[in-house]
Design a protein around this ligand. Structure first.
Ligand SMILES: Cc1ncc(C[n+]2csc(CCOP(=O)(O)OP(=O)(O)O)c2C)c(N)n1
Ligand SMILES: [Mg+2]
Length: 376
């Protein structure tokens, strides 16, 4: 096993495994051992991590542009700055594990197998969107991904239900249940902690602490901002959410802990949201330019790229060519999404996909009795 501390030991082959170090400042623990301060990986995987984060960034920036052109309407919450969390998590779990999150979900949707076209198509309200154009920014789903949920904190108990199903079916899998620092103060989050611990559920609760809930900073809204200790009787870990490798190592360790039957964990990913809360928030009224600038200088993507160059995983030119390829891929997907047809304004289409296809009842209520829709 090569170690990256000795740069000569970096393998020449892209698929040979070796160890890369993680900063010792990446974690704070609460009744839990820190994960290893290294990740066993390959050059291929490191490049993929870089590519995945770049894809999310570019897709979000494209959504930003489409919104400003007034082609995307309604809610739209971007996750620029938080890419290392979505990507690190996905590389530490498998497609058979489950994930649920709140409305800042475009990156998670991409990582869970949604295509860029279907995500942008959804934002544009197109029939080819991942929710057939009827969900929008907050309501995207894919296999093993339970959304995309708009009510703050309300999906956290749903995540515990998914983990309960996994336990009941003796699946060797876990659920990652993500929520924000604002949501952490919801009562139902704490009720869920209690049940998850009582039932020893295979779940990692993951608080994405991006320092703000809308325009309110975490320390104005939370009496205690060490969210990884909020489980009290559940072990916890605070993670540098700007470092994709720190996230990856933590998820691997947490997955093993949970699947060994040790019960739930409460993770806190310390990260930062570059954009406003949603597109209607310029994001400048409640935080200083200096703060934003200093957070941007700790960028998860450029920092990681520089480390990979230092380690000799790829060259500057290779990094640039991945970046170019990402831009082209996203641009192509954008054109494809813009060319998707809008849903036809038909009643049957309106009432589709309220229930899982094939399980619909014959009659579905509208806003009033006379709007009731009868199928067939
Ligand atoms: C029950 C409920 N209350 C209020 C809102 C309005 N609201 C939407 S997002 C949000 C802030 C949540 O902040 P956080 O959990 O930190 O997530 P972030 O936006 O930072 O990702 C609020 C109050 C809502 N959607 N649901
Ligand atoms: Mg927040």
């Amino acid at each position: 096993m090569a170690s990256v501390a000795n740069l000569d030991d970096i393998p020449t082959e892209d698929d040979r495994s070796f160890r890369v170090p993680i900063s010792e400042e990446s974690y704070s623990t609460y009744n839990f051992d820190p994960p290893p301060y290294y990740v066993e990986t390959t050059k291929n995987e490191l490049k993929q991590l870089f590519r995945d984060m770049s894809m999310i960034r570019r897709m979000e920036l494209t959504a930003d542009g489409l919104y400003k052109e007034k082609k995307i309407r309604g809610f739209c919450h971007l996750s620029t700055g938080q890419e290392a969390v979505a990507v690190g998590i996905e590389h530490g779990i498998t497609r058979s594990d489950k994930l649920i999150t709140a409305y800042r979900s475009h990156g998670n949707t991409l990582m869970r197998g949604g295509t860029v076209e279907s995500i942008l198509g959804e934002l544009l309200g197109r029939r080819g969107g991942i929710s057939y154009g009827k969900g929008g920014s907050m309501h995207m789903f894919s296999e093993g991904f339970f959304g995309g949920n708009g009510i703050v904190g309300a999906h956290v108990p749903v995540g515990a239900g998914i983990a309960l199903a996994q336990q009941y079916n003796e699946a060797k899998n876990l659920t990652i249940d993500l929520y924000g620092d604002g949501a952490a103060n919801q009562g139902q989050v704490h009720e869920t902690f209690n049940m998850a611990k009582l039932w020893n559920l295979p779940i990692i609760f993951g608080c994405e602490n991006n320092k703000y809930g809308m325009g309110t900073s975490a320390d104005r809204a939370s009496a205690m901002t060490e969210y990884y200790k909020r489980g009290q009787y559940i072990p916890g870990l605070q993670i540098d959410g700007m470092d994709v490798l720190a996230v990856l190592s933590a998820i691997k360790q947490g997955k093993k802990f949970v699947l060994d039957g040790n019960g739930p964990l409460v993770y806190e990913f310390v990260t930062y949201r570059y954009a406003g809360h949603s597109m209607s928030d310029p994001g400048t009224a409640y935080r200083s330019r200096d703060e934003l600038q200093s957070q941007r200088s700790n960028d998860p993507i450029t920092n990681f790229r520089d480390r990979l160059i230092d380690w000799g995983v790829f060259t500057h030119e290779e990094a640039k060519s991945i970046d170019k390829d990402v831009r082209e891929t996203i641009n192509k997907a954008k054109i494809e999404a813009e060319n998707m047809p809008e849903p036809e304004p038909r009643m049957d289409i309106l009432y589709e996909d309220i229930y899982m296809r094939g399980s619909e009842p014959q009659q579905r209520r509208g806003r009033t009795i006379d709007e009731t829709y009868y199928q067939g």
